[in-house]
Write a protein that binds this ligand. Structure first.
Ligand code: F1P
Length: 355
């Protein structure tokens, strides 16, 4: 007899081992990936996906441009599908990176088809299923085959595909991708050190709304944390760029709110001021990647020694996946089967056909 959330908690806690397999699989292909990229006439890169994989695309695009200096953007697959002229200026010199756990989401498949019809020659894919239609139609495919899930909500699949996106950006930028080898161990320690905190916070179902704040690539991570909270625990949750929160949304900072700050190296001082102001307004606050001087209600310290900033993004998600999982269980829900949702959104592809 399956217990509520059995698949989800297994998939969350298995991430260290799955990451190790995914990182090794990338190492085996790194030189091929870099050589293939060097042959592309790509002056810019567009990352696309749906739901979780759109938010992954947001983080991937910020990382890719920040590391390589090559213009990179993110868009929901549906935006490229419905407004291609707004998303692609020069298809012949654009690399499209389509991200999809299943590799069968209709909007993403149709967006790739639309890109090809526009004269876009280069499509790379990040997915979990090598035999999927999307994986088969990519010119180059990065696979997180060990990250398959039974749950609808993406957890280890998301973080594993994010690690592949991080590795791609780092490899193209000439960074030492072996830095990723430290991540599985760091995650094991982080999960061990924070499991109790996020179980306790997950039981605070008196808190009515949850905000996730992140800047730069962390905005995509904050959006994914927001989506996990919606999918698993049916909670009103929102994500904002850190500095944007003062410009209106902070009107919702009350003692019924939990505000989670995902701090970025180098700009943390600006971000810490925002979270401190929200704490002064009565909100409950959590600082992820906090500094030794942080004094929020809850502080989570990351062991970042000898790990470059570009390798950190995936570490932020598993604790927040645990938060959503425990809140779901505390509310008597089953995070394995979110209300109204299916693992894949399949639509009538003929509705998007163009001449
Ligand atoms: C995309 C997606 C997920 C969402 C849900 C429905 O799937 O929208 O992001 O959480 O599972 O499908 P995929 O294209 O990444 O397989």
């Amino acid at each position: 007899m399956k217990t509520k959330g059995q698949h989800t908690i297994t998939e969350i806690t298995s991430q260290p081992a799955v990451w190790a397999e995914v990182i090794e699989s990338f190492y085996a292909r790194k030189d091929q990936v870099v050589a293939a990229y060097r042959t592309l006439p790509s002056d810019n890169v567009l990352f696309i996906g749906c739901g979780s994989t759109y938010y992954l695309s947001q983080a991937a695009a910020a990382l890719f441009q920040g590391l390589t200096g090559i213009p990179a953007n993110a868009a929901p697959s549906s935006e490229l599908l419905l407004f291609p002229e707004q998303k692609i200026a020069a298809p012949e010199s654009t690399l499209l990176v389509a991200i999809s756990r299943s590799g069968t989401t209709t909007e993403t498949l149709q967006a790739v088809s639309r890109f090809r019809k526009m004269g876009g020659p280069n499509v790379w894919v990040i997915s979990c299923y090598p035999q999927s239609e999307l994986a088969q139609c990519g010119d180059l495919t990065l696979l997180a085959g060990a990250a398959h899930e039974q749950s609808v909500a993406q957890t280890r699949s998301f973080s594993s595909m994010l690690i592949l996106a991080q590795a791609l950006a780092a490899a193209v930028a000439g960074e030492d991708v072996t830095a990723l080898a430290a991540l599985p161990g760091r995650l094991s320690s982080l999960l061990e050190n924070t499991a109790g905190l996020f179980e306790t916070l997950g039981q605070r179902i008196d808190l009515e709304r949850i905000f996730f704040l992140g800047s730069g690539y962390q905005y995509g991570i904050a959006n994914e944390a927001m989506l996990k909270m919606k999918e698993m625990s049916l909670t009103d949750s929102e994500a904002f760029h850190f500095m944007e929160f003062r410009h209106g949304p902070m009107s919702m900072a009350t003692k019924k709110a939990l505000i989670v700050g995902l701090f970025s190296e180098g700009v943390r001082a600006h971000e810490e001021r925002v979270l401190s102001e929200m704490m002064a307004l009565g909100a409950h606050t959590v600082g992820l990647n906090a500094s030794p001087s942080s004094d929020y209600e809850y502080n989570v310290f990351f062991d970042n020694h000898a790990v470059p900033a570009w390798a950190l993004p995936a570490l932020f998600l598993p604790p927040l996946q645990l938060l959503a999982y425990h809140r779901s269980i505390s509310k008597g829900l089953d995070p394995d089967n979110p209300r109204n949702l299916e693992a894949v959104v399949s639509l009538d592809a003929t509705a998007f056909a163009v001449g």
